[in-house]
Design a protein around this ligand. Structure first.
Ligand SMILES: Cc1cc2nc3c(=O)[nH]c(=O)nc-3n(C[C@H](O)[C@H](O)[C@H](O)COP(=O)(O)OP(=O)(O)OC[C@H]3O[C@@H](n4cnc5c(N)ncnc54)[C@H](O)[C@@H]3O)c2cc1C
Length: 145
């Protein structure tokens, strides 16, 4: 289905980007490299169905992988930052950089990208999730709540 956008009649002074970097790469069991345009709630359902824990809360949150990392979203005692290994960005001068989560300072609904002067976009994110027999159960309880 085509996305729908509404704009004020007076226009919009800025750049609107429809992010279609929506690949999903399974690096090894529990390690997912995602394009930043991939839908976060879809990822939450997929990795839980595959038996990996860490993103059960994702199934209830709308947005793209890039958008939710930028906002450091969380719910139900989980936060996206805890499931991240690396984040790939493109800088204003066109350089591709791989950043390690351990080198980045996240806070409540806050990521270092919000203050990064030379950021153009987050382009990919690698998540590292742990196997869990009860992940599906946790997700169902969360969605019910
Ligand atoms: C019904 C509902 C429930 C929600 N529940 C929760 C919740 O439980 N917990 C929670 O934390 N949030 C929740 N949210 C908030 C929301 O899901 C997040 O704010 C999310 O980040 C939106 O993602 P988006 O891709 O739509 O980003 P946008 O809203 O489009 O953008 C958010 C910000 O990220 C930037 N951005 C987006 N993509 C990129 C990129 N690729 N690279 C660099 N910057 C980028 C944008 O410029 C903007 O500043 C909820 C929202 C709704 C509507």
């Amino acid at each position: 289905m085509a996305p729908i956008a509404f704009f004020d009649d007076s226009g919009f002074e800025g750049c609107v980007i429809l992010n279609r970097i929506d690949f999903l790469e399974r690096i090894k069991p529990g390690v997912y490299r995602m394009g930043s345009g991939y839908l976060f709630n879809r990822l939450g359902v997929q990795c839980t169905n595959e038996g990996f824990s860490g993103l059960e809360f994702a199934s209830g949150i709308p947005g793209t992988v890039g958008g939710v990392v930028y906002m450091n979203v969380g719910d139900n005692g989980q936060e996206i930052v805890d499931a991240i290994d690396t984040i790939e960005i493109v800088t204003v001068d066109g350089r591709h950089q791989i950043l390690y989560r351990s080198d980045l300072a996240f806070g409540y609904r806050m990521s270092p990208f919000q203050a990064m002067q030379d950021l153009t976009a987050i382009v990919a994110v690698t998540f590292h999730l742990l196997p869990s027999a009860s992940t599906k159960e946790h997700q169902q309880a969360y969605l019910k709540k």
